[in-house]
Design a protein around this ligand. Structure first.
Ligand SMILES: *Cc1c(COP(=O)(O)O)cnc(C)c1O
Length: 491
């Protein structure tokens, strides 16, 4: 990460100088019209737009500098747990930019967009195969929206059977989107206790199951990076009470080609294409969270559904029990092209190797760190490991401090304080795309910080010193965001 240089802290508006510009156009050789003659008064602005007046050099330097301040998988190791920040192969980008895909208008009639519909149909089939589900909708634009779609289908299913079920059970280790999307779908959320290793407490589950429960939602492997070993028992207990079982598939990177949610008894699961299937996690840019379901939920799939009839592909809108449409057009199509490309370039054996290597890498990191940090659970982990800075906290160093110090040592920080059930949690997900050398550099940095916590804690408490900004007031940024730039002197 580059250290601060003059200009780094400036907005492009602050570089503005009256009259400076980046173009030199010839004199206009057609008559100039007066906008006041052409437009109604209410559409005319009273003052000129406050746009920055800058030269081409100003623009290029400004945006090049900003791009260098960026930190991502193309420049650095990114061990953010639960997020699967793996490398995004560049062939995905090439395929998404093929003019036939890139320039296709979403309202192109089916007979002129057969290739795009075929790609969507095949991707849905591939995801169904990988997950053991019967159908997949590609519409949701994020894992969270996949959850919402899944829960809405579950609600529609119970209502169609004349059952009013109002509760959804969610373990206390869950990602925040689980209760959020469930509540958005109109259910009340009941939190279940986890055992110390993140496993579901079966007695607590038994106590809560009943005719008012619509679904049980669980992440597998769980958010401690551990495979819930009693999963068959759990899905059977739920089904015996008419309760649908939802798998949060954000951790799919651990199980590709090894096991399938459909075979474990799940009725619904979502995928995060921007995690497992290498589409970019673009700073707020488009994500994709397809949702897979078993046959009994098929009538409720979001419309339209891409169908194949003989050799022809089409969009099927005539589905009277559908939960409806979730997205403008057909989902984030460019992401679907990237995920299709990834699955086809990897092939079945390649996908299986992804999970084998992701699990191996996480266990390597865990073993190297276990003498220096407290483990959150005994035994091997799946694709990510959670350690606790409990020991360091007694020395006055928190998980947050460790995260900040890592930035100075050249690494993005792991997830901190998640899952909530682990004190001072640091959740590390190395992914399969990192080499042993990179993992060793990261572990060396973590071990150095553990030593500094004992011998030189001030260097951790001062961190970060190499980043464009130091420690920010995160609460202030969330509660009182300043979203509008005010020209100097006009505040
Ligand atoms: C990322 C994640 C989600 C939410 O997915 P988005 O695509 O970010 O909406 C849900 N659950 C878990 C466990 C996750 O890691």
């Amino acid at each position: 990460m580059p250290t601060a240089r003059p200009g780094y802290d400036k907005l492009i508006f602050e570089l503005s100088r009256p009259g400076r510009h980046a173009h030199s156009l010839p004199e206009c050789d057609v008559p100039v019209s007066d906008p006041a003659q052409l437009l109604p008064a209410q559409h005319l602005r009273a003052t000129a737009a406050e746009l920055p007046e800058v030269s081409e050099v100003d623009v290029i330097r400004h945006y090049s500098r900003l791009s260098q301040m960026n930190y991502g998988v193309d420049t650095h190791f990114y061990p953010l747990g639960s997020c699967t920040m793996k490398y995004n192969p560049k062939i995905n980008e090439d395929m998404a930019r093929l003019p036939g895909f890139l320039r296709l208008h979403p309202l192109t009639p089916a007979d002129a967009s057969q290739g795009a519909l075929q790609l969507m149909h095949e991707l849905a089939l591939d995801l169904a195969e990988v997950s053991g589900m019967d159908h997949v909708s590609l519409q949701p634009a994020a894992g969270a929206q996949g959850e919402l779609a899944g829960v809405l289908m579950i609600r529609a299913y119970h209502l169609a059977r004349g059952e009013r079920r109002t509760k959804v059970l969610i373990p206390d280790s869950a990602h925040g989107t689980n209760p959020a999307s469930t509540a958005l779908a109109g259910f009340s959320v009941v939190e279940l206790k986890s055992e110390a290793n993140g496993d579901v407490d079966l007695l607590d589950l038994e106590r809560h199951l009943g005719p008012d429960v619509a679904a049980f939602m669980i992440t597998q492997p769980n958010t401690l990076g551990l495979f819930e070993s009693k999963i068959h028992q759990i899905t059977e207990m739920c089904h015996a009470q008419g309760v649908q079982v939802y798998m949060d598939g954000a951790n799919f990177n651990a199980i590709l080609g090894i096991t399938r949610p459909g075979d474990l008894g799940f009725d619904v699961c979502h995928f995060n294409l921007h995690k497992t299937f290498t589409t970019p996690h673009g700073g707020g840019g488009p994500g994709s969270g397809p949702v897979g379901i078993k046959d009994h939920l098929a009538p409720f799939l979001p419309t339209p559904v891409v169908v194949k009839d003989g050799d022809e592909y089409a969009l099927d809108w005539s589905r009277p029990q559908s939960i409806g449409k979730l997205q403008a057009f057909w989902g984030n199509f460019g992401m679907l092209v990237r995920a299709w490309t990834y699955i086809r370039t990897m092939g079945p054996d390649g996908l299986r190797a992804v999970s084998d290597n992701a699990v191996l890498n996480a266990n390597y990191v865990l073993r190297r760190l276990e003498d220096h940090y407290d483990r959150s659970a005994p035994g091997p982990c799946m694709h990510e490991c959670v350690v606790s800075a409990r020991r360091q906290k007694k020395l006055g160093i928190t998980a947050m401090d460790i995260a900040k110090r890592l930035l100075d040592l050249g690494f993005y920080a792991p997830s901190t304080y998640f899952p909530l059930i682990v004190e001072e949690a640091l959740m590390i997900e190395p992914t399969e795309t990192e080499s042993k050398e990179t993992l060793d550099e990261f572990c060396d940095a973590m071990i150095q910080i553990a030593r500094e916590a004992r011998e030189n804690p001030q260097v951790i408490l001062d961190a970060p010193v190499t980043t464009p900004v130091r420690r920010l007031d995160q609460t202030g940024a969330a509660r009182q965001p300043r979203l509008k730039w005010t020209p100097p002197g006009k505040a």
